[in-house]
Design a protein. Structure first.
Length: 240
C-alpha cells in the first residue's frame, strides 16, 4: 500500500507535448526520500499531452474547461498531500525542489505559502538578466506595497487547508490567477520569496518579443489589480 504523500505537485498542461516529458522527468528524479505525488492536469489538450503524461508514470486528471485556474483547481481537488506545489508544463525544476519546499514549511510553521524564482532555458544572456532583475524588483515592490509576497505560477507552494479557506484559484483573474490567489492566501499568514528555489522555464513567451511581452504584462496587471477588471487573459498571445 502506498504511503500518503507529504507533497502533491500539480502541473496544469494544455497542448504541451513538446515540453511535458522533460517536466515530468525532472519531477520524478528528485533527490529526496520524501513521499510525493505528481498530478498533471490535462486542460482538454488537442495533442498528445495527456497520453505522454501517462507514459511518464504520473497521475493524469482531465479538466475540459480551458484555463490554468481551472486546471490548478482540478489538481487541488485530486491532491492527497497537505502541501501543494505548483509548476508549469514548460518548466524543469531543480533536483532538490521538492525537498527544499518541504523543509521550508517544516522550519517555518507560520508560513502559509512560498514563491520561488526562475531562469530561462537556452535564453539570450540579455533577456535572462532583464527577467532576473524584473523578478527581484517586482517582488520587492509588491512586498513593499502589499506587506506580503505574491505567488508565481511557475514556482510556488501553499498549505492546502489555507488555500481552501482562501477560495482557491479564480479563472476570471487570469492571467494573474496565481498572483490574485496569493493576495487572498496572504490574509491568513506570511508568504515568503525564496530566491534559491529555482525552476528553469521556456523563453517562448519573450523570444523575439520581449518588449511586447512587457506591455502585455503591464496592461493585464493594471486592468486586474488597479482598474479591478477581470478576464484579460486574451491580451496574452497564445504562445506554443
Amino acid at each position: 500500500m502506498y504511503s500518503k504523500p507529504v507533497i502533491s505537485v500539480i502541473v496544469p498542461a494544455y497542448n504541451e507535448e513538446q515540453c511535458i516529458g522533460r517536466c515530468i522527468k525532472a519531477l520524478r528524479e528528485q533527490q529526496t526520500h520524501l513521499s510525493y505525488e505528481i498530478i498533471v492536469v490535462d486542460n482538454n489538450s488537442t495533442d498528445n499531452t495527456g497520453a505522454l503524461a501517462r507514459l511518464g508514470g504520473v497521475r493524469v486528471c482531465l479538466e475540459r474547461r480551458l484555463g490554468r485556474a481551472h486546471g490548478r483547481q482540478t489538481g487541488v481537488r485530486a491532491a492527497r498531500a497537505e502541501i501543494l506545489a505548483f509548476t508549469e508544463a514548460d518548466c524543469v525544476v531543480s533536483h532538490t525542489w521538492v525537498k527544499q519546499i518541504y523543509s521550508y514549511f517544516q522550519l517555518h510553521p507560520e508560513v502559509v505559502g512560498i514563491s520561488g524564482s526562475y531562469r530561462y532555458i537556452n535564453s539570450a544572456s540579455f533577456s535572462s538578466h532583464i527577467v532576473s532583475w524584473m523578478l527581484d524588483g517586482t517582488s520587492f515592490v509588491y512586498k513593499l506595497f502589499s506587506g506580503n509576497y505574491s505567488f508565481r505560477g511557475t514556482n510556488f507552494a501553499v498549505r492546502k487547508d489555507v488555500l481552501k479557506k482562501a477560495g482557491g484559484f479564480l479563472q476570471q483573474s487570469a492571467p494573474f490567477d496565481d498572483v490574485e490567489c496569493g493576495v487572498r492566501v496572504g490574509h491568513y499568514g506570511s508568504i515568503h520569496y525564496l530566491r534559491y528555489l529555482l525552476v528553469y522555464t521556456s523563453d517562448r513567451r519573450i523570444r523575439g518579443r520581449l518588449f511586447k511581452f512587457i506591455l502585455e504584462f503591464i496592461w493585464s496587471y493594471s486592468n486586474i489589480f488597479f482598474l479591478r477588471r477581470h478576464g484579460h487573459d486574451h491580451w496574452y498571445e497564445p504562445i506554443r
